[in-house]
Design a binder for this molecule. Structure first.
Ligand code: NDP
Ligand code: MG
Length: 392
């Protein structure tokens, strides 16, 4: 395992996806704790102008832009600074292995997070994992590699951070079940007719969280919660029947664990991703925060509802994929990525997204013990199936 800088030294961070919602909030955390963190590497896909601004402000050792056509713009803009500039997705896989990196925050979106996260794991880095799709696609392989290379995986996703915090000092064998809370998204009270006519503008308007487009659509369709059920299985070693989803519209309780004696522990706070990001980056120690704290008198009512799987079919599909195992969750993820992109472009209806996923799950090649190459091939096949179903 990579030895994190000893007491008093700063933790050296690589932020994969620093221009995204999680990446930008992670940089806020760094800014509020300059005594604790220093930025070693920042990466973006195509947002060169923001990456340049971040590089000038945080002076990392290196930056990577995945889309190579932006390389020269980055290189020119940073020529006066001692910042190395790289381009291409292979470069992401290389910078995460640098000796000068302690923690890799994996905050890419979708399947693109898998390979660089695996490279960081192979190098024994501590992984602060926001990119849930890494575990959804290849949870078995990721866990095996993390164990082999001694790379701790610390969840950033608020629900999983909550469970992780509730489990501190507890014997994992004493877990009876966990409750993943879900806000229910903007369409919680809609009927099937209303859901059919939902637009992407409406779906992008999440009531409680400001996030990237893909996860915002996933939240509206409850696929995010489905992906989180799968993520929880791999993070906490649970059977799917031990993972319950409960709608909690206020997003104050971030998730709960029920133990074998019936006691329930919950982790609570205002919905602010900087809290779980900071916890993951400085784990196992807590740091003070100047963000607003929860005031119970402003939140007198915490309510809970059952999800409606007949309307939000994605949640059920995720449980089915998890039960089936093998490469099925990889298929589900790839089909969902295509469906969400099509929905955002107005080429697929809101309820049709579940049809696309179900079609791919029924027609893709099933592999019970996939290798990494099988996962890459499955991802490709499911994307093709989904695209031809939608005739994109
Ligand atoms: P965003 O879309 O806001 O950001 C994604 C980041 O990844 C950007 O920096 C983007 O670069 C980069 N990126 C996108 N595609 C690629 C690619 N193919 N290759 C390399 N880099 C790429 O996403 P979020 O920050 O919202 O989400 C990131 C992850 O965290 C997701 O897995 C999400 O599920 C998870 N998560 C997010 C939460 C949130 O509050 N946002 C909460 C919990 C989990 P560029 O800007 O150049 O396009
Ligand atoms: Mg979450």
């Amino acid at each position: 395992m990579n030895v994190i800088a000893s007491e008093g030294m700063k933790k050296r961070l690589t932020i994969l996806g620093s221009t995204g919602s999680i990446g930008r909030q992670a940089l806020d955390v760094v800014k509020s704790h300059p005594e604790k963190f220093v930025v070693e590497v920042l990466t973006a896909n195509r947002n060169a102008s923001l990456l340049i601004k971040q590089a000038i402000e945080f002076q990392p050792n290196a930056v990577v832009i995945t889309e190579k056509q932006h390389y020269q713009q980055l290189k020119d803009a940073l020529s006066a600074f001692p910042v190395k500039v790289f381009a291409g997705s292979e470069a992401m896989g290389q910078v995460v292995q640098m000796d000068t990196v302690d923690i890799v925050l994996s905050a890419l979106v979708g399947f693109s997070g898998l390979l660089p996260t695996l490279e960081a794991i192979k190098a024994g880095k501590t992984i602060a994992l926001a990119n849930k799709e890494t575990l959804v696609v290849a949870g078995d392989l990721v866990n095996d590699m993390a164990a082999k290379h001694g790379a701790p995986i610390i969840p950033v996703d608020s629900e999983h951070s909550a469970i992780f915090q509730c489990l501190m000092g507890e014997d994992p064998a004493s877990i009876d079940k966990i409750f993943l809370t879900a806000s229910g998204g903007p369409f919680r009270t809609y009927d099937a007719h209303q859901l059919r006519h939902v637009t992407h503008e409406q779906a992008l308007n999440h009531p409680n969280w400001q996030m990237g487009n893909k996860i915002t659509i996933d939240s509206a369709s409850l696929m995010n919660k489905g992906l989180e059920v799968i993520e929880a299985k791999w993070l906490f070693g649970l059977h799917p029947s031990q993972i319950k989803v409960i709608i909690h519209p206020q997003s104050i309780i971030h998730s709960m664990v029920q133990f074998c004696d019936g006691s329930i522990k919950a982790q609570m706070g205002l919905p602010d991703m900087r809290t779980p990001i900071q916890y993951a980056l400085n784990w196992p120690d807590r740091l003070p925060s100047s963000n607003a704290f929860l005031n119970f008198s402003e939140h007198p009512s915490l309510t809970f509802e059952k999800p409606t799987p007949h309307l939000f079919r994605n949640l059920q599909l995720a449980y089915e994929a998890l039960e089936k195992g093998g490469n099925m969750c990889c298929t589900l993820n790839a089909a969902n990525e295509i469906a969400v992109a099509a929905f955002l472009e107005g080429k697929c209806g809101f309820l049709q997204m579940s049809e696309v996923i179900e079609h791919c799950m029924n027609h893709s090649s099933f592999i019970s013990k996939p290798t990494l190459d099988d996962y890459i091939q499955t991802d490709r096949e499911a994307r093709q199936l989904a695209s031809s179903y939608l005739t994109l």
